[in-house]
Design a protein around this ligand. Structure first.
Ligand code: G3I
Length: 339
């Protein structure tokens, strides 16, 4: 029946989508999970949770392994989904040949690594990707608006690594006449403040240098009751779109302390609603993607002890048993239909 993706399209968006951690995790073997992933009424976009990260795609310098990533794309395309390819340059999930402290990287040699990785991967997948998250999470929470200095790329190259990465992606797009869109993706930039302004500055700087940037991904990993208001999210999205880029909600989930209380569950519905409604209200917000849709496979409990219940579906019987829609699902649907 009529679902989230149907409603998102009717609202003028490109998709309602989801991340999935495929291949290599149990999701692929879960009949009920895959049945919902393949439900085009709900999901018109897919983002790979892990398989396109640097350590999987270039496990040895200059040796590229595109197999798992291609498997993901083929699976998504089999149900006509857009794919937001994720991600090219991030401080995490790096192969040891990059992070090995014994390697004496210099600005010149590590910049070349960034360029080669980005150029080759963007070129390889071409327009199979709707977009690439070219740089992921370059900014710090504290002091808000500064660069994250725990990234090896920042450590060796400085902030210029962000420019280098987008330059490489821009060159790949131009040389291959691609239409793939280039995004900067981060968290805690979903509301006005120093970190959001720093992300806006990245957009402005790239544009000033004539380097391609098409959009900013607002991750939106929220905490129940602390989700920024709809108005604050709308204002923030408009600050980005005023610079001539799109925005997308790229990794939405709303975590809460376990076990869930009725009050928290009600608040969670409101938090999902305000986020989805903000995207509906802003013309340049192209779509909403949840960071997986089934609590059974959520990243939250293993990262935040005692928290979870962040997704739109439950699997009360565990893996390979039927999924149950949560109230948060209806909150999203109402935000999309304007009910
Ligand atoms: O697959 C192995 C499994 O075989 C092994 O037994 C297990 C033991 O630790 O690890 C499994 O791999 C884990 C993988 O997720 C698959 O579930 C990795 O350890 C774990 O580090 C990895 O975490 C991912 C994390 O990014 C780091 O890359 C999460 O799934 C993924 O949801 C998360 O996604 C990030 C976005 O890329 C960027 N924004 C934040 C978001 C949430 O942290």
């Amino acid at each position: 029946g009529y679902g989230l993706n149907d409603a998102a399209k009717a609202a003028g968006k490109l998709w309602f989508g989801t991340a999935a951690d495929i291949p290599g995790t149990n999701e692929l073997e879960d009949f009920y999970y895959m049945q919902e992933f393949n439900n085009t009424h709900d999901f018109g976009e897919a983002t790979p949770g892990n398989i396109m990260k640097f350590m999987f795609i270039e496990p040895e310098q200059g040796v590229f392994d595109f197999t798992g990533a291609q498997q993901f794309i083929d699976l998504a395309h089999a149900t006509d989904k857009y794919v937001r390819c994720h991600n090219l340059i991030w401080k995490s999930e790096l192969p040891t040949w990059v992070t090995d402290p014994a390697v004496p990287w210099t600005n010149e040699t590590l910049s070349a690594v960034v360029y080669e990785h980005v150029y080759n991967v963007v070129t390889h997948f071409g327009d199979q990707c709707y977009s690439w998250d070219v740089v992921n999470e370059a900014l710090a929470d504290s002091p808000a608006g500064s660069y994250d200095n725990s990234s090896i790329f920042y450590d060796v190259i400085g902030p210029a690594y962000v420019v280098d990465a987008f330059q490489a992606a821009t060159d790949a797009v131009k040389n291959n006449s691609l239409s793939v869109k280039l995004y900067y993706n981060d968290y805690n930039i979903e509301f006005p403040g120093a970190k959001s302004i720093a992300a806006q500055n990245i957009v402005s700087e790239l544009k000033a240098r004539n380097i391609q940037i098409d959009g900013v991904g607002l991750e939106s990993h929220f905490i129940v009751g602390e989700t920024p208001s709809q108005a604050s999210q709308t204002t923030n999205m408009q600050a980005f779109t005023a610079l001539g880029v799109d925005v997308a909600v790229t990794e939405l989930d709303v975590r809460l302390p376990l076990p869930p209380t009725a009050a928290d569950e009600t608040q969670q519905v409101a938090d999902y609603y305000s986020t989805v409604a903000a995207c509906v209200a802003v013309k340049g917000c192209v779509g909403v993607t949840v960071w997986d849709f089934d609590d059974n496979y959520s990243w939250i409990p293993s990262t935040f002890a005692g928290q979870g219940y962040g997704d739109l579906f439950l699997q009360p019987g565990g893996s390979n048993t039927p999924l149950v829609k949560k109230a948060a699902y209806d909150g999203c649907l109402e935000a999309l239909t304007g009910a």
